[in-house]
Design a protein around this ligand. Structure first.
Ligand SMILES: NC(=O)c1ccc[n+]([C@@H]2O[C@H](COP(=O)([O-])OP(=O)(O)OC[C@H]3O[C@@H](n4cnc5c(N)ncnc54)[C@H](O)[C@@H]3O)[C@@H](O)[C@H]2O)c1
Length: 268
């Protein structure tokens, strides 16, 4: 790993207390980036920040934020700038899932998932871009990185609202790329399949509860066997390389792309 690949990048990551957000934060910092970790869970985000600071390459701060609130997004951007002088990259990663079959979806399920996964992404993109525009053009483009999903492109019957929210992330990536290009801001994203994180561990239980799977762990096995070309589910370490590429100068001529890191599920 090149310890200078992300030198000079000041990066806000939402949902960075655990899972892929935390893994990306640590990976980016090992490559020289400074990280603002935003999460509802400040204690856990602070623990990740402490590990980063102890490791001694990029620096980190943690902020408590609810991504669904505009003022929290603005405050997280401001905290990044106060700590590191500017913001170059925003990674909109916070998300959740709660499966329901189509006819069982209710307003609470709809509102919760759409608000956290889609509305909050829009808010984060907008508040981050506002600051980037105010900073003025730089030699290297500013970067917005949105976290989509296999559910950004496939209709999955057990998670219709999640699919709707993640198709929305794809739309925000496309529309943002068009809208922000004139400000030297690229907008790309990546789309995992099954990544073993606290989100998926809860989902695995919920899928049994709604009767989609008979036993814990079955969803992992069924998907790996029936949907993936690479016959195993993934871990955050499988994701950090692509995320780093999107944060790095290597992706400077890309915008409006959502890269799938899903073991080949998207072509099944
Ligand atoms: N795990 C997977 O298999 C998978 C697959 C495809 C896409 N994704 C997406 O990747 C992203 C990260 O997922 P993960 O599996 O690492 O999840 P995770 O549950 O491990 O971590 C998500 C983090 O987001 C935070 N968060 C949730 N709501 C928040 C809010 N309102 N404000 C601030 N922080 C909030 C949580 O506290 C948590 O730290 C999500 O957008 C998810 O939809 C995950």
């Amino acid at each position: 790993m090149d310890p200078n690949r992300l030198k000079g990048k000041n990066i806000l990551i939402t949902g960075a207390a655990r899972g892929m957000g935390a893994a990306n934060a640590e990976s980016f910092a090992q490559q020289g980036a400074n990280i603002c970790l935003g999460d509802l869970d400040l204690d856990e985000a602070q623990r990740v920040a402490d590990r980063i600071n102890a490791a001694g390459n990029g620096k980190a701060i943690a902020v408590r934020m609810d991504v669904t609130k505009r003022k929290d997004n603005a405050a997280a951007v401001a905290a990044t700038v106060e700590a590191f002088g500017s913001i170059n990259v925003g990674v909109f990663n916070a998300g959740l899932n709660k499966p329901r079959f189509f006819m069982d979806i209710d307003e609470d399920n709809w509102d919760m998932i759409m608000t956290v996964n889609t509305k909050a992404m829009w808010l984060g993109m907008q508040e981050t871009a506002r600051q980037m525009i105010a900073q003025g053009p730089m030699d290297e483009p500013y970067k917005i990185i949105n976290v989509g999903s296999i559910a950004s492109r496939k209709p999955l019957v057990d998670v219709t609202v999640y699919c709707t929210s993640k198709y929305g992330c794809l739309a925000l990536t496309h529309c943002g790329a068009v809208a922000l290009a004139e400000h030297n801001i690229t907008v790309n994203g990546y789309a995992p399949g099954v990544v073993v994180t606290p989100l998926w561990e809860q989902l695995d239980k919920d899928l049994v509860e709604i009767g989609f799977k008979e036993k814990a762990g079955q969803a992992y096995e069924d998907i790996a066997r029936d949907q993936l070309q690479i016959k195993r589910v993934s871990y955050p370490d499988d994701i950090v390389g692509t995320a780093s590429f999107l944060a790095s100068p290597d992706s400077d001529y890309m915008t409006g792309q959502m890269i799938h890191i899903d073991g080949g599920w998207c072509i099944q």
